[in-house]
Design a protein around this ligand. Structure first.
Ligand SMILES: *[C@@H]1O[C@H](CO)[C@@H](O)[C@H](O)[C@H]1NC(C)=O
Ligand SMILES: *[C@@H]1O[C@H](CO)[C@@H](O)[C@H](O)[C@H]1NC(C)=O
Ligand SMILES: *[C@@H]1O[C@H](CO)[C@@H](O)[C@H](O)[C@H]1NC(C)=O
Ligand SMILES: *[C@@H]1O[C@H](CO)[C@@H](O)[C@H](O)[C@H]1NC(C)=O
Length: 494
């Protein structure tokens, strides 16, 4: 996995001619992007792709709503070997597809070695792929077509069209690749459409973070373990901070002190908002605890939790104000690493290009992921999982109620051994690994475990600071993907 770092400049020229061809007449290329990708050290290369829009049915499963919308997808064919070269197909998740394209360096790194075409397909209701334009989020009626099943059908229809109309693609094996919810989609895509995809790399895909599949406390426990291992007293001091915030926020003077100490944009009126914002901050840090300087959710230093914990090394015996001074310094590692923040806004948790409203809606319908904390196994305030309360919140917000066991009914829950050709990779630092598949289920349902990896580290660009375990993981993944491509060709199932 070293040969991948090459300037793609010569390839760009030929790509320009290849792209004259499009999927069908309702597909048209609008833009094309080229930028230099910078990683620390000597690796520095260019990636380029072309943007297309595909007329996709708003509703694949009923016949009354017959309208279409423009689904965005990105194609990079500069390394593709026509007539047989595979298609690596990124099953877009809850956000702007260009952002996932930028952050899935693995695909760019292996494209040449595999002779693969890269396709990044945007998930409906995110980025530019809005079924009802600006109205898409206006009410439950317009949101009604936001579901994982519709998204998978979009992917299947798009691939059918691409293979039928892109010269040389007819015999290409398609491999689904995705991270996080995109990883769940990649796995489910292989399960539901095995005639369309030869296999799936599902990175950090918590397909078991659903009711009654894993203990609800596992997520916050992993977050806490990350802080515990990153510095002395680190998780203990965070655990102590909740009471300290309660105490201080019981007086006006305390609230003012907190607002100043955390450099808040707007004065605090009670402590609750501060607590949930901090909780989210620690969770986000656990997801992006990467071994090098990175900018996924926020610009952050290498091993950001270690840096955070440097502000929290004192004995838990200190005064409340000393403790919270440390907590404020620690939070600023996340929100002000660049030094550009003039104040901190607790209404924002800085999750970059993720479409949070869409994800809330999905969580409030199919993606019911129970979470709880007990303050003993983890460093958070005790909080039970209460489905009824969750359902009521969903109803208040969207006018819909979640279906707790639908994901199990439709995707098989823990009973998935009848499926095949899926790699489930997980990182030991990633809280989502608690809901992931971390043991081999059969010869072709393979678990790849990356002990020092955070959220889908394996899908990121190769980096000189990558730990050995992620290099091994990528090597194993590529080896298996090559087997799938071979298998697919041998079966003539192409
Ligand atoms: C992708 O990366 C390029 C180059 O760093 C940047 O200009 C562009 O804004 C990024 N796009 C997104 C959506 O993050
Ligand atoms: C962010 O960091 C800069 C540089 O250290 C500092 O001047 C600024 O006050 C910090 N902002 C906040 C909100 O703490
Ligand atoms: C804080 O963030 C919220 C939500 O994005 C925004 O509406 C508000 O204007 C922000 N406040 C300040 C002071 O920046
Ligand atoms: C799964 O099996 C592969 C061999 O096919 C092995 O390399 C890997 O370590 C196993 N994974 C786990 C989590 O046991």
């Amino acid at each position: 996995m070293k040969a991948e770092f090459r300037a793609t400049m010569p390839a760009l020229v030929s790509v320009f001619f290849l792209l004259v061809v499009s999927c069908t007449t309702d597909v048209f290329a609008l833009k094309w992007n080229l930028f230099r990708h910078k990683v620390p050290g000597p690796l520095d290369f260019e990636i380029s792709y072309k943007t297309y829009y595909f007329d996709q049915k708003i509703d694949h499963f009923g016949f009354l709503e017959d309208g279409t919308f423009k689904q965005r997808y990105l194609v990079a064919a500069q390394h593709w070997q026509k007539d047989g070269g595979p298609i690596l197909f990124y099953t877009g998740n809850e956000g702007d597809i260009a952002w996932f394209c930028n952050n899935t360096g693995f695909m760019w790194d292996v494209a040449e070695e595999l002779g693969a075409m890269l396709v990044f397909a945007e998930h409906r209701y995110y980025g530019e792929s809005m079924p009802f334009g600006a109205e898409s989020y206006s009410d439950a009626k317009h949101l009604n077509y936001l579901s994982s099943e519709q998204a998978l059908a979009d992917f299947a229809v798009l691939i059918k069209c691409l293979k039928a109309s892109w010269p040389g693609a007819q015999t290409s094996a398609v491999i689904a690749v995705g991270g996080s919810y995109g990883g769940m989609l990649a796995a489910w895509f292989r399960m539901k459409y095995p005639h369309v995809v030869a296999g799936a790399l599902a990175a950090s895909a918590p397909i078991w973070q659903f009711p009654d599949m894993v203990p609800c406390g596992v997520f916050y426990k992993i977050v806490s373990d990350d802080f515990a291992r990153s510095g002395v007293n680190c998780n203990a001091n965070i655990r102590g901070s909740w009471n300290a915030i309660d105490k201080l926020s019981s007086t006006d003077e305390g609230l003012q002190w907190l607002s100043r100490e955390f450099s808040l944009c707007a004065p605090l009126t009670k402590g609750d908002g501060l607590k949930s914002w901090l909780q989210e901050t620690w969770v986000n840090l656990a997801m992006v605890d990467y071994p090098y300087k990175a900018n996924f959710l926020q610009p952050l230093p290498a091993w950001p939790i270690k840096v955070v914990c440097q502000h929290l090394q004192f004995s838990p015996e200190v005064s409340e104000r000393q403790l919270l001074h440390g907590i404020a310094q620690a939070a600023k590692v996340y929100y002000n690493y660049t030094g550009d923040a003039s104040c901190l806004n607790i209404s924002q948790s800085a999750t970059g290009n993720l479409g949070m409203m869409g994800w809330f809606y999905q969580a409030c319908t199919e993606m019911v992921m129970p979470m709880c904390s007990d303050g003993v196994q983890d460093m958070f305030e005790p909080q039970e999982w209460n489905f009824q309360a969750f359902s009521d919140e969903c109803y208040a917000m969207f006018g819909v109620r979640p279906r707790a066991d639908w994901a199990e009914v439709v995707y098989g829950g823990k009973d998935i051994t009848s499926y095949s050709n899926i790699i489930f990779s997980n990182g030991g630092l990633d809280p989502w690994s608690g809901g992931g598949v971390t043991r081999n289920l059969s010869d072709s349902l393979v678990a790849v475990w990356i002990p020092d990896g955070a959220h889908h580290l394996d899908l990121r660009y190769n980096n000189e600071y990558d730990p050995r375990s992620v290099l091994d993981a990528r090597l194993q993944e590529v080896t298996i993907i090559k087997q799938w491509i071979k298998q697919s060709a041998a079966q003539g199932k192409v």
